[in-house]
Design a protein around this ligand. Structure first.
Ligand code: BG6
Length: 479
């Protein structure tokens, strides 16, 4: 659909950027913080790129004032960050660590003074290790109570100042890496457990959303989902069916459950046949239905293209490109359902992520048609090698192009009728990539931090920072 004129961005559109505690804070064992699953995992040799850890990360814990100053100078309307559960409850539950609450109090107050709307993510992958040790973390239903208890403490403490909340960040990604690919903690490959873990996470998500509405009736909450719309490789009905299968199993499986409190039939039947469907207890579906989100958070990076994959001799899962060398990723799939294939119409990044702004518009429209909820774009950005040149400038014009084309796609989707609440660039400053160290950079602000050696961590505005400042000032008219 081609619009003669595009609708303007809403007046109160939340232009912003995002981060996650483990990736920026550092201070991993300061002021009473407990150890998280990531604090443990990164210490296992060979798990992360060049053995990088978040021990220091980009030291946001000590430099948050400077970071917020940079946000304010850019005119940012919102900042999405996550709370480290282990700062609040070092062992996952029990006694509150006041110093942990204080850090986020200071950060939130600093944001409010600068008229930046906080968006608080309750869980961005850093689980208290104590809960993993005690009962396997997400593997046990006991996580529902502990996650709810932790979340309610945050609602009570920050609810007067924080109105936008994200419950779970990318449940599909952290469970896939944690229990299927074994590349994130706890590093397990067990398909049956993967679906059980997801059922617990769905219940925990619903439980905190249900509580949220009691404590912060004037606030909004939703999960952030990593949605990669599925394309068919050709017009062959077999490839189209492969793409449908992927959409059912990789997207509807999660989003339908968040919004409607029930699992989608096709995916459920497939999993039941395979003996992979999760065990459900009495009352589970009631809880799932009671935890309806106010919006869906969309983390959009790319689309994925699928073709048919035979049941006999078809290809299974394989590894991602964590080398930063273009063309090193391998196709993966589920025999009998689908396999991925490179899309010749799309450019790829050095990490083989497809660059597809139209895919964002497609994602927004599909989600609106199916769920009818407002959408917060809680992450979108480009990970690339950025270089600080001899004049102290970071010429990330490729990032500007990436962001510009995606913002145009959002405006087209708004003109199509999609209700988009805001847009958070991933990320505000450079930060630690879970598996790619500091070489894969996403920030609008460069941070002098690297995998090896000790660095001064100074902040340098990239060209994209200045460009985004104008976008915000003009409410998206100057692109
Ligand atoms: C998202 C996560 O999946 O992608 C972020 O929510 C992450 O935490 C981002 O950093 C980019 O991933 P990567 O692997 O390129 O660092």
């Amino acid at each position: 659909m081609i619009h003669q004129t595009l609708k303007p961005f809403p007046k109160d559109f939340l232009w912003g950027a995002a981060s996650a505690a483990y990736q920026v804070e550092g201070a991993w064992d300061e002021d009473g913080k407990g150890a998280s699953n990531w604090d443990k995992f990164v210490r296992i040799p060979g798990k992360t790129f060049k053995g990088t850890t978040g021990d220091v990360a980009v030291d946001h814990y000590h430099r948050y004032k400077e970071d917020v100053r940079l946000m304010a100078e850019m005119g940012m309307k919102t900042y999405r960050f996550s709370v480290a559960w282990t700062r609040i409850f070092p062992n996952g539950r029990g006694e509150i660590n006041q110093k942990g609450l204080e850090f986020y109090d200071h950060l939130i107050n600093e944001l409010k003074v600068n008229k930046i709307e906080p968006i608080l993510t309750l869980y961005h992958w850093d689980l208290p290790q104590a809960l993993q040790d005690e009962y396997g973390g997400w593997e046990s239903r006991r996580i529902i109570e502990d996650f709810t208890n932790y979340s309610v403490e945050l609602f009570k403490h920050f609810g007067d100042r924080v109105k936008y909340w994200v419950s779970l960040n990318e449940q599909n990604i952290f469970t896939n890496h944690g229990y299927h690919l074994a590349t994130h903690p706890p590093g397990i490959k067990d398909e049956k457990l993967f679906y059980q873990v997801n059922h617990h996470a769905n219940l925990a998500n619903a439980s905190v959303i249900k509580e949220f509405h009691k404590y912060i009736p004037d606030g909004k909450i939703g999960p952030s989902f990593a949605y990669s719309p599925s394309y068919a490789a050709s017009s062959s009905p077999k490839d189209i069916m492969a793409a449908e299968n992927a959409e059912e199993l990789n997207s509807h499986w999660w989003m339908d459950t968040y919004v409607w409190g029930k699992y989608p039939e096709v995916a459920w039947n497939y999993l039941e046949e395979k003996g992979l469907a999760p065990l459900i207890e009495k009352g589970d579906f009631d809880l799932l239905k009671e935890g309806k989100p106010d919006f869906i958070g969309l983390n959009y990076y790319q689309t994925t293209t699928f073709e048919e994959n035979p049941l006999e001799g078809g290809i299974g899962s394989s590894e991602m490109n964590t080398t930063g060398k273009k063309g090193t990723s391998k196709d993966s799939g589920i025999p009998g359902l689908y396999k991925t294939i490179a899309n010749p119409n799309l450019e790829r990044t050095n990490w083989d992520w497809n660059i597809d702004p139209q895919g964002l518009r497609i994602a927004l429209r599909r989600m609106t048609n199916r769920y009818g909820l407002p959408i917060l774009i809680s992450e979108n950005g480009l990970g690339e090698y950025d270089k600080l040149d001899a004049d102290g400038v970071v010429q990330d014009d490729y990032r500007i192009e990436y962001l510009r084309s995606h913002i145009i796609a959002i405006q087209e989707a708004i003109s199509d009728g999609v209700d988009v609440m805001g847009y958070c660039v991933w990320s505000f400053t450079d930060l630690l990539s879970w598996l790619n160290g500091f070489q894969k950079r996403y920030g609008l602000v460069y941070v002098n931090q690297h995998e090896e050696g000790v660095h001064d961590l100074r902040r340098i505005k990239k060209n994209s920072y200045y460009w985004y400042k104008k976008v915000i000032e003009s409410n998206g008219t100057s692109l």
